[in-house]
Design a protein around this ligand. Structure first.
Ligand SMILES: [Ca+2]
Ligand SMILES: [Ca+2]
Ligand SMILES: [Ca+2]
Ligand SMILES: [Ca+2]
Length: 466
């Protein structure tokens, strides 16, 4: 909005001599303060900030229903009239995959603001936005969002009946906790993986709950022929007991949310369980991998458990699903150990990245024996390819970003890897379990990778999260 002053404006006595060149422009800084109008004024290409005392003389302000203001400034026998609004906040941002429990929307303070109204939509079109919250702060934590989906935000400045236009749009999304390994082993939902073991002979689960001083709790689900397949199937942040029977393809689950037991059929002979959150909606999806043919079958929780299928891997390949590209969706992946002569082994990987339309990707890394242990060891939300070698307990972690050296030694013969975020700092810890003795050894990222140990399990017990 642009208008010519018809006369001398209050508080700009110096401008009286150049009335014809005085212009009052609606600018980003126009706002109402204490009932007075604050304008940016341009006189002969020089910018001034001006207060118009609307309670003096015949000056007036009228607040319109849409929050804009009509003003009339009378001085020196002439008058200026025009229109002003509150400026929307600038530098509006929304967190993108940073948090597993929310999207954080932040903005810079706008001049004259008393509070800010946040608007949200599931589409980028502003006309579809709905008001969600008002705050005097410069941040809004939106917890009412589904993981793995894009949300779009606009923020308006508010002040005593005035409201600005929309700010520029900010896009954000919430990361699914169930994409990482930790969700499958955090049975009390405190953000820390709990040491847990499962015994197929009688379906006994022994769990040391981190949120209760590592007191041990015992539950039963499964039995002979069943292997553990825990995950957060109902998406409430607590791991649910689940087991899978390879000879029948039967899955049994006990949901943390309401204790309900569920059953479904997926897989069968030759299919091993690879549950993870493949569609990023915060709930673990039942999934199986067929080592002979490289077949994958996933029941997608975000699509009413319709089945998705792909082929990746095959004979000699071990499944190694993880979120390698960091987009919040688990990527199907496999790992194979190849002998390339002269006793040299080479790890060969194949993956289908969710963030690239599931186009196959391959790379070489690791000289492992048996265990791919991919996960986020650097805290950058991407899973690093990693392998564990049982013969000497060496862990090879691709990139080796963060405080961790690319090669770590923990474990050895008889120790199986059980990485997870046991201390809740968002970074995977190096952890192994020894079935003969029930000994757990851990190097926790949050305390400088110093060594911790505990006893849980023993012969016949396997780690609940494999
Ligand atoms: Ca826990
Ligand atoms: Ca759960
Ligand atoms: Ca899911
Ligand atoms: Ca991914």
């Amino acid at each position: 909005m642009f208008l010519k002053a018809k006369s001398c404006l209050i508080m700009l006595a110096a401008a009286c001599a150049v009335l014809s060149s005085v212009s009052v422009q609606r600018a980003a800084a126009d706002f109402i303060e204490g009932g007075d109008l604050v304008l940016d004024v341009t006189i002969d290409s020089t910018n001034y900030r001006m207060h118009v005392f609307t309670n003096i003389g015949t000056n007036s302000l009228t607040v319109n229903a849409d929050g804009t203001v009509d003003y009339l400034v009378v001085a020196g026998g002439g008058a200026a009239s025009g229109y002003a609004g509150l400026p929307p906040p600038v530098r509006v941002t929304a967190s993108s995959g940073t948090y597993t429990d929310r999207i954080a929307v932040e903005w810079d303070a706008a001049p004259g603001a008393l509070s800010y109204a946040v608007w949200r939509s599931a589409t980028p079109a502003p006309e579809t936005a709905r008001y969600v919250f008002e705050t005097g702060a410069l941040v809004f934590h939106d917890t009412a969002v589904t993981p793995g989906r894009n949300y779009y935000y606009w923020v308006k400045t508010r002040k005593v009946g005035l409201i600005s236009d929309y700010s520029a749009r900010a896009d954000g999304w919430r990361r699914s906790r169930a994409v990482g390994r930790t969700a499958a082993g955090d049975f009390d939902g405190d953000g820390r993986m709990d040491p847990a073991v499962y015994r197929a002979a009688d379906g006994q689960w022994r769990i040391m709950l981190s949120g209760s001083g590592y007191t041990e709790t015992i539950r039963y689900l499964g039995g002979p022929g069943y292997v553990s397949a825990s995950g957060d199937y109902d998406g409430d942040g607590l791991a649910d007991l689940a087991v899978y029977n390879e000879s029948t393809g039967a899955w049994l689950g006990m949901l943390s949310g309401d204790g309900r037991q569920g059953a479904l059929a997926l897989g069968g002979t030759g299919w091993e369980p690879v549950p993870a959150d493949y569609d990023g909606d915060g709930r673990t999806d039942p999934a199986v991998y067929h080592a002979l043919t490289g077949g994958w079958r996933v029941l997608l929780s975000g699509s009413a458990y319709t089945m998705a299928a792909t082929t990746l891997g095959g004979s000699g390949y071990l499944p190694a699903p993880a979120d390698y590209d960091g987009d919040g969706f688990t990527d199907p992946a496999v790992y194979q150990l190849r002998t390339i002569g002269d006793g040299w082994d080479l790890g060969y990987w194949q993956a289908q990245m969710s963030g690239s339309g599931y186009v196959p990707d391959t790379w070489e890394f690791g000289e492992g024996r048996r265990y791919p242990v991919s996960g986020d060891y650097s805290g950058n939300y991407r899973s690093d390819p990693a392998v564990y070698r049982e013969t000497d307990g060496r862990w090879f972690i691709a990139g080796g970003a963060g405080p961790l050296a690319p090669v770590v030694t923990l474990g050895g013969p008889g120790y199986v890897p059980v990485p997870g975020d046991y201390d809740g700092d968002g970074v995977l810890d190096i952890v192994v379990y020894h079935a003969m003795t029930g000994r757990w050894l851990a190097q926790l990222s949050g305390s400088g990778y110093t060594l911790h140990s505990a006893i849980l399990g023993g012969p016949d017990y396997l780690p609940a999260v494999r």
